[in-house]
Design a protein around this ligand. Structure first.
Ligand code: ADP
Ligand code: MG
Length: 253
């Protein structure tokens, strides 16, 4: 359903682990067609923030609203079904399986639990639908021709894009990417940025955690800078990169 206003509205997000305040009351939002980057030093609370948004971790306080609806108490599978997909910091492809099989695994998650036919107990029609969707998403990201290659034979940058294709099988309105540019070559980063710009153009909202400042500065509409669990500042790249507190806490290191 079409939603006016932000896709994601995080208000006062807080997460305490024992005595440690990992996320300390942060607010931010992501609108359709917007790329927002969470940056900050190691341990700042970025991954925990992702986990709070996706229902992987329970909030200690605060509210997550997705598509206008309070999802603070929803489990991760329910959040995913609403239209939130994510990739992980480390590539999670099965290297010996083909590219399309890896993507089809993601297509299956849109339905019920489980992991590919045989092991899944899918019938032929379900399997065909799964692979058709996987092919559609591979074509969308420009890797349709690599469908039968073992995932491990692809360059890292291509593997990252396969993971995005897999996430797109959920038909998300909001895409969360954890360090998508890490370890990529210059050209691979450029290809990834092109893809994310295209998805943004289709109206997706994108929230990413990223350490690669050049990548983020060129791509994001807004940066949310975290430090020790709190939001240090927020704004467009050209403003954030000259903020003295940011330079001291992060960019200077
Ligand atoms: P970032 O992704 O910015 O590097 P994290 O969100 O992973 O930071 O971690 C923020 C803080 O919370 C760190 O001090 C980390 O050690 C702590 N932390 C994260 N997850 C857990 C957990 N499951 N249990 C206890 N402490 C955690
Ligand atoms: Mg992290």
């Amino acid at each position: 359903a079409a939603v006016s206003g932000p896709l994601l509205e995080a208000s006062g997000l807080r997460k305490v682990f024992g005595g440690l305040v990992a996320v300390d009351g942060i607010d931010f939002s992501v609108a359709p067609g917007e790329v927002v980057a969470l940056i900050g030093p190691n341990g700042a609370g970025k991954s925990t923030t992702f986990n709070l948004v996706t229902g992987v971790a329970r909030l200690s306080a605060g509210t997550v609203r997705l598509f206008g609806r309070d999802t603070s108490a929803l489990p991760s599978r329910a959040v995913a079904r609403l239209g939130v997909a994510r990739t992980f910091q480390h590539v999670k492809l099965v290297g010996t399986m083909s590219v399309i099989e890896n993507v089809a695994l993601g297509a299956h998650l849109r339905g019920s639990a489980g992991a590919v036919r045989g092991a899944l107990g899918l019938d032929r029609a379900e399997e065909a639908a799964l692979f058709a969707e996987a092919q559609r998403q591979l074509d969308r990201v420009g890797l349709g021709a690599l469908r039968d290659r073992p995932a491990a034979s692809l360059a890292l940058g291509q593997q990252r894009i396969v993971e995005i294709a897999r996430a797109l099988c959920l038909d998300p309105a909001l895409l969360l990417l954890d360090e998508p540019a890490a370890g990529l070559r210059h050209q691979e980063k450029a290809a990834l940025a092109d893809l994310l710009n295209r998805l943004r153009g289709e109206g997706l909202g994108i929230l990413l955690v990223e350490h690669d400042m050049d990548f983020v500065m060129g791509l994001a509409d807004r940066l949310v800078v975290m430090n020790f669990g709190a939001k240090l500042c927020e704004g467009p790249p050209r403003v954030v990169r000259t903020n003295p507190a940011v330079v001291e806490a992060y960019l200077g290191s």
